[in-house]
Design a protein around this ligand. Structure first.
Ligand code: NAI
Length: 434
């Protein structure tokens, strides 16, 4: 069995340098290595991972290995692999199957390569991002389900899939929802996207953002981060929403909230962040001004109807990899980035390391919980979806404060008694919204 398939193993040296720099910005993961590297809590685990094969993910993978896990890896999108990171991981002997620009068939092939470990030992844990690996095992490899102790899921869209599986009674093992740790969605989705959306658009197009009219579809955590970044770059930002509470939030943040059909007439930049499907369909694409730029920040390429464009356009011109111009029968051009896949990972390098450290520290803690703290599924039942306990969420934040130079105030015993909150937390109930 081949140990890896990457674009160019010669990129390993460059990848290693990038990983070393990233480690400086990932205090949560590095601290777990320091405190738990000796005791190897993940010894015996065989983790199949499906999560964007970036430099930051390389630091996650090496942390899992340092804590005793065996790991096989693939990317959770066809364009999101950073080839130098994949090469550096392959060069250490860890099995990785990922390159930038996979076909959909190759994407599935890569996922399948993660399932069986040396000596024909199957996986016993899953670390997923979008639930593609989880779905594939359920559909195509039911014989492996019994041996899997659990899965930790990274993102909003994957959690939607898992919720549906729980509802249908088909999820075969316990799952931990990483996305709904506060230190994940309120940081990675919000501040991570606030950094990486503009990076993706600029690297792909070099358009002048100041003065542009940008439509942000969806104003959840990702939409909030994108809208703020675009406004910060001088865009006039329009928001679309289906949820009245969120629509009101957007309006009170000072954004104009319109339907997509009304916004499209003036938006020369469109960003989808909804986790929904066909949000920007043919009827909206036709309304956009000439040379409008259209891109997606959601997990899957379902938000923009790129297949309508492909079927309808008179001409498609590839400007550079992941940047295509379509000429519509109405004479207008539409510039689509990353073929409707995640633009920040397809056209740039994704989020900065620091914010990925908060997400990935949750991932490692969840893997440890499921592997070491779930004898006979006592704490995490089969077919159920959990979030990590509040004290661990707070611990993830605590591990990142020094790096930011934060001075945290400590409750006095008198204050602790007055508020009814332990001196060392948890400080909030599970229902607190932050
Ligand atoms: P969310 O649930 O917080 O926000 C989505 C928002 O879109 C909601 O407020 C919802 O009401 C709205 N919405 C749904 N359908 C809509 C429609 N048809 N038109 C207008 N608005 C609509 O989800 P979150 O956390 O913001 O994630 C959004 C997507 O981004 C997910 O697919 C998630 O997996 C992905 N994601 C991507 C990241 C990246 O690096 N690009 C990072 C984190 C998440």
């Amino acid at each position: 069995m081949s140990n890896y398939k990457v674009a160019d193993i010669g990129l390993a040296k460059a990848g290693r340098k990038a990983i070393e720099i990233a480690e400086n910005e990932m205090p949560g993961l590095m601290s777990l290595r320091k405190t738990q590297g000796k005791t190897k809590p993940l010894a015996g685990s065989r983790i199949s991972g499906c999560l964007h094969m970036t430099v930051q993910t390389a630091v996650l993978i090496e942390t899992l290995v340092d804590l005793g896990a065996e790991v096989r890896w693939c990317s959770s999108d066809i364009f999101s692999t950073q080839d130098e990171a994949a090469a550096a991981i392959a060069a250490t002997g860890i099995s990785v199957f990922a390159w930038k620009g996979e076909t959909e068939e190759e994407y599935e092939w890569c996922i399948k390569q993660t399932l069986i470990f040396p000596d024909k030992q199957p996986l016993n844990m899953i670390l997923d991002d979008g639930a593609d690996l989880t779905k594939l095992v359920h559909k195509q490899y039911p014989e492996l389900l019994n041996g899997i102790k659990g899965i930790s899921e990274q993102t909003t869209t994957g959690v939607q899939v898992l919720n549906a599986m729980v509802r249908d009674g088909i999820l075969a093992f316990p799952a931990i929802d990483i996305n709904d740790s506060v230190t994940k969605s309120k940081f990675d989705n919000l501040y991570g996207c606030r950094e990486s959306i503009v990076d993706g658009i600029r690297r792909a197009t070099h358009i002048m953002l100041a003065g542009s009219v940008a439509m942000v579809a969806g104003f959840g955590d990702v939409g909030k981060g994108c809208a703020q970044a675009l406004r910060g770059s001088g865009c006039r930002v329009l928001v679309t929403e289906i949820d009245p509470i969120v629509a009101m939030q957007a309006a009170m943040e000072g954004y104009e909230v319109l339907t997509a059909h009304h916004a499209a007439v003036k938006a020369n930049l469109v960003i989808t962040t909804t986790a929904c499907t066909s949000v920007i369909d043919g009827s909206i694409l036709e309304l956009l001004p000439d040379n409008a730029v259209v891109c997606n920040m959601g997990q899957f390429d379902t938000e923009i109807d790129v297949s309508w464009l492909k079927a309808t356009a008179l001409k498609k011109t590839t400007i550079r990899p992941q940047v295509d111009s379509y000429l519509l029968p109405n004479g207008k051009h539409i510039l689509v980035l990353a073929d409707g896949h995640l633009v920040n990972l397809g056209c740039a390098k994704g989020h900065p390391s620091f914010v990925m450290s908060t997400s990935f520290t949750n991932q490692v803690l969840a893997q440890i919980e499921l592997w070491t703290n779930n004898q006979d599924c006592k704490n995490y039942k089969k077919g159920k979806l959990y979030t990590l306990p509040k004290y661990l969420d707070e611990e993830v934040a605590r591990l990142h404060l020094d790096h930011l130079g934060v001075e945290l105030t400590k409750l006095t015993p008198k204050q602790s008694k007055y508020l009814g909150i332990p001196v060392n937390g948890p400080f909030k109930s599970d229902r607190y919204r932050y």
